[in-house]
Design a protein around this ligand. Structure first.
Ligand SMILES: N[C@@H](CCC(=O)N[C@@H](CS)C(=O)NCC(=O)O)C(=O)O
Length: 204
């Protein structure tokens, strides 16, 4: 059985949802309940254990699980559709997620500092530009890679909810909110939210 190390509402929520979508049994382990430094010296979730194999990095975990079990959340390997879906997966994981990581850094490192508001404003604007791109795509298709739900939609839906942590607004367009509403209503996403004890507010 898989073991998923997670933190409530963190990016590990996307892997949690994926495991449910794949119908795979797994044990969920809160990183605060174990000596997590021994599992990931960087302290970051998600980490997936599959027997003797330990996998860090969300995108690597997604690819590992989908390659192993197969899923319509990623189109067939070697096709233009797969290339497009990989591009959106990496855009979410390696571009949108780090934009939010900057906001979390500003929240913690500049707490009480006069520069915090200015830094928040700049980082929120940068994140807003990324969401504008997503909104433009979602003006053409129901989900970012087409009319079917893909893995990138799930990642983006998790990240969008982090906006509630900050004192600055990160604008999300109407098309984005429609997608967030669809994805957050999925039974798998709802189950993962309930298990982690997380409220979903980004689609409102
Ligand atoms: N590149 C990593 C980033 C992971 C990451 O930043 N995880 C956050 C939660 S969303 C975390 O655990 N942060 C806690 C920390 O770094 O102490 C990935 O995609 O897995």
């Amino acid at each position: 059985m898989y073991q998923l190390y997670y933190s409530p509402g963190a990016c590990s929520l996307a892997i949690h949802t994926l495991l449910i979508e794949l119908g795979q049994p797994f044990e969920l382990i809160n990183k605060n309940d174990v000596d997590f430094a021994a599992i990931n010296p960087l302290g970051a979730v998600p980490v997936l254990r599959d027997g003797d194999t330990l996998i860090r990095e969300g995108a690597a975990i997604v690819l590992y699980l989908v390659e192993k079990h197969g899923s319509e959340l990623l189109p067939e390997a070697g096709t233009p559709e797969r290339a497009n879906a990989l591009q959106w997966l990496m855009f979410a994981n390696a571009t949108v997620h780090p934009a939010y990581s900057k906001l979390f850094f500003i929240m913690r490192a500049l707490d009480g500092d006069a520069a915090q508001d200015k830094a928040f404003e700049a980082a929120a604007q940068a994140a807003g530009k990324l969401w504008a791109l997503v909104d433009e795509q979602l003006g053409k298709t129901r989900f970012v890679t087409g009319d079917k739900l893909g893995i990138a939609d799930i990642l983006l839906t998790v990240y969008a909810n982090w906006g509630g942590f900050f004192t600055v607004d990160i604008p999300l367009g109407a098309n984005v909110r429609r997608m967030l509403s669809d994805v957050s209503a999925l039974p798998s996403f709802q189950k993962a939210l309930t298990t982690e004890g997380v409220d979903y507010k980004a689609a409102a």
